[in-house]
Design a protein around this ligand. Structure first.
Ligand code: SF4
Length: 258
């Protein structure tokens, strides 16, 4: 059994135990692709952006310039890896442009938030920064995770998903983070949000039922991942194996005959 699971490893087991087996028992890490790398770049841009010490009253314009500057810097730094994906020039350009658009949308979201507070811009910006990249863990449950932002009574995680729905696995993920938040701060957050770079913020209220459900999922996964025997990790054959534009990274191991 692994000492610590994470909200993603728990969700991965719930999605498909065999996938969990390949990823976490055999430690077969799928190769990076443009989607994963783009996600990492956008997260890094946000973290670097929040290192700004002071903003002026002209912050709306400043934010756009800074975020694009940071994005270009990070894109350039990763250009070697990006090129190794051998993507068609037009496809690459569309990822590049879409990423810029996502970040500009995000600065628009920040501008609105700053205005809504009715505070002096620097005070509002500092409040919006919250605590960044906070590691929360429970030695008792054997779970840990890193949250993008933690506030007094709210937690936030950033996503680059193509859809903006709080799916059941996202709900469980937020429930697990809330449980970890409780272990650290001895209180539950009132709400949890996913900030979808493409669509904006989606928020859910946190209640005891969700946290209880999250705890049950953790205990269930822990009880099922004691062994290293492949047969204890059944395949969940379905839509996550293969879809119109791709397939699970372990598809060829699961179905060598195809
Ligand atoms: S191919 Fe399907 S069954 Fe195999 S690990 Fe992936 S999701 Fe699970």
């Amino acid at each position: 059994m692994r000492e610590f699971e994470s909200p993603s490893s728990i969700n991965l087991y719930l999605l498909c135990p065999r996938k969990y087996y390949y990823r976490y028992i055999k430690n077969l890490i799928p190769p990076e692709d443009i989607i994963l790398l783009r996600g990492k770049i956008l997260h890094k841009v946000v973290e670097e952006f929040f290192k700004i010490k002071e903003i002026s009253n002209n912050y709306e314009f400043e934010f756009k310039v800074i975020v694009l500057d940071l994005f270009n810097k990070n894109w350039q730094e990763n250009l070697g890896i990006i090129k190794s994906f051998n993507l068609d020039d037009n496809v690459l350009k569309s990822y590049y442009e879409e990423s810029k658009e996502m970040l500009l949308n995000w600065t628009g979201y920040l501008n609105n938030k700053i205005k809504q507070t009715n505070l002096e811009p620097n005070q509002a910006f500092s409040m919006l920064r919250g605590e960044r990249e906070v590691t929360l863990f429970s030695p008792l449950l054997g779970v840990k995770g890193v949250l993008d932002a933690v506030y007094e009574d709210k937690i936030v995680d950033y996503k680059t998903s193509a859809r903006d729905t709080i799916t059941n696995d996202y709900r469980i993920q937020l429930g697990i983070y809330s449980l970890l938040f409780f272990e650290k701060f001895k209180r539950l957050p009132k709400s949890a949000s996913l900030y979808f770079f493409k669509f904006g913020e989606r928020e859910i209220m946190i209640n005891e039922d969700l946290v209880k459900e999250a705890k049950e999922k953790i205990l269930f996964v822990k009880s099922k991942t004691i062994t290293e025997d492949k047969d204890d990790y059944p395949k969940n054959v379905g839509k996550y194996c293969k879809w119109s534009t791709g397939k699970c990274p372990y598809f060829d191991l699961c179905f060598p005959e195809n």
